[in-house]
Design a protein. Structure first.
Length: 100
């Protein structure tokens, strides 16, 4: 998770700081099951947005709907397939080293 502002999150300032947005990141090559990770990340994003009175958006700051999540999953599948074809399984030790 990253802050949209240049100031990083810090434990001592978290209770009082304000930010226009948070970014949730998925380190695609280093995660073995990207679809499941994306599902968990989307659920966490929805919960955070609801708790903070915000909304979930994609990387273009367009509200993220189920169809958008499906498109992202399809992109992930293409990436994972290309990695597997090159014998670099996502989440593997090899992927961890290559994408460190």
């Amino acid at each position: 998770m990253e802050n949209h502002e240049p100031e990083p999150f810090s434990g001592d300032r978290l209770a009082t700081m304000q930010t226009p947005g948070l970014t949730l990141l998925l380190d695609v090559p280093r995660v073995a099951d990207g679809a499941a990770a994306l599902d968990r990340m989307t659920q966490a994003g929805v919960a955070i947005a609801e708790a903070l009175g915000g909304f979930l958006v994609d990387d273009n700051r367009v509200p993220l709907q189920d169809a958008g999540v499906a498109r992202i999953k399809a992109q992930l599948q293409r990436i994972y397939t290309a990695m597997a074809e090159r014998r670099i399984p996502a989440g593997s030790l090899r992927a961890q080293r290559l994408f460190a």
